[in-house]
Design a protein around this ligand. Structure first.
Ligand code: EPS
Length: 380
């Protein structure tokens, strides 16, 4: 059974709902762990006053028995506490689309002149559910010792260039940084830039890197475009609000080099196959190659900011400035957590396609027997 999920809910409606289908039985699901991921997302540096309202309590409505999945659909609910919406239906601002949001394109497409039916669903509030779903995927992947972490590479024009890092190294270093940057000096400059942007009424974009360790070689496939692991990760990451580009491995650097300087050699190290570099980000031909999976995600500055752009009232067709009530200043540290969750989900889908199983014990048996066969084939 292929895994899939659906989400529903608006930014200021009663709640967000998610239903995951196709999970094997036997995944231990901890509400405490889901809440921890939700807190990492919501309490990151640069968020606005909405996050002071939200507590992101999470409820599981079905699909668990004694704390473990049963194979039935898993239903998740996250109530919204911030239920008041400016520009509410019928209000003076409700017919004014904000540049950079889905507002105008959505109103044109759906034959509406009121923005809230579009903006309520397009809102990045929905990333709370993506993180909850990703947290469940992580709990499944933990059984196979897969670990996923991210760090902030740039905010505004300020960038960290730390070179290759292990999952453990990233985890230790981001824990000490309010902006989740592995370089403390650069992190301080990023935090200063966020404070200045807030004072000046601007918003800031940036980029994050997600690293996943423990994915065995052979996940994904070269045989069809929609089975390629890199294509699936890129598509899923592009669906996060404000994301404008995804880079697999060092793709934005390697395209400038000669071919021999852009590929990862295959060598024997102590009698074992090894890759001295990982420019490919752990994926060759759409298939995982056993190295860490590394993806970078680039997001534009969020479109809501005190300094606003011109727009036009859709009902009166009179020009006016874009409305502003409140906003985040920079969501890049939160983007790292969201991107980790999206990667966790896509990796779980691809792992389940390769190894199958209706119970995690069956999946693990299949994985172990495959790993044993690889070990035999690659032993000199
Ligand atoms: C968002 C606008 C802000 C953010 C919201 C996403 O909400 P509000 O319109 O209530 O001020 O705070 O993000 C969240 C609520 C969240 O939990 O991430 C938007 O327009 O996308």
């Amino acid at each position: 059974m292929a895994l899939r999920f659906l989400t529903a809910g608006d930014s200021h409606g009663d709640s967000l709902t998610g239903i995951i289908e196709g999970l094997p039985a036997g995944i231990p699901v901890s509400l405490r762990k889901i809440r921890r991921e939700l807190r990492r997302r919501s309490q990151s540096f640069g968020r606005g006053s909405r996050q002071e309202i939200e507590t992101d309590q999470v409820e599981i409505l079905g699909g668990l028995w004694k704390g473990k999945t049963t194979g039935a659909p898993l239903a998740i609910r996250i109530p919204n506490r911030g239920r008041k919406v400016s520009g509410k239906r019928g209000g003076a601002l409700s017919t004014v689309p904000r540049p950079g949001h889905a507002d105008l394109a959505g109103c044109l497409k759906y034959g509406l002149d009121e923005v809230p039916p579009i903006s309520e669903r397009a809102s990045a509030r929905s990333t709370a559910m993506r993180v909850a779903i990703g947290a469940v995927a992580r709990m499944a992947l933990e059984r196979f010792s897969v670990e996923i972490i991210s760090h902030v590479r740039s905010i505004g024009g300020i960038a960290a260039e730390p070179g290759p890092l292990s999952v453990d190294g990233i985890r230790r270093r981001v824990a000490r940084s309010p902006v989740r940057c592995v370089d403390p000096g650069v992190g301080r400059r990023m935090a200063d830039a966020i404070r200045s942007a807030q004072e000046e009424g601007h918003s800031l974009g940036g980029s994050v890197e997600v690293v996943a360790s423990g994915i065995p070689p052979g996940v994904g496939s070269h045989v069809a475009w929609d089975r390629k692991l890199d294509a699936r990760l890129a598509g899923a990451l592009m669906s996060i609000q404000s994301v404008k580009a995804v880079e697999i491995g060092e793709g934005l650097d390697t395209h400038r080099r000669f071919g021999v300087d852009a590929q990862d050699a295959i060598v024997l190290d102590g009698g074992r196959l090894a890759r001295p570099t990982n420019f490919a980000g752990g994926i060759e031909g759409g298939i995982s190659n056993g190295e860490d999976i590394t993806v970078r995600v680039y997001a534009k500055p969020i479109p809501t900011a005190k300094k606003c752009l011109p727009t036009v009232n859709l009902r009166t067709l009179k020009p006016r400035p874009s409305p502003y009530v409140r906003s985040d200043v920079c969501v890049i540290p939160a983007l790292g957590v969201i991107a980790e969750s999206v990667v966790a989900w896509e990796l779980l889908c691809a792992v389940m396609e390769k190894f199958g199983g209706d119970h995690m014990d069956e999946t693990e048996r299949n994985l172990r027997s495959y790993l044993a066969s690889l070990e035999e084939r690659t032993r000199p």
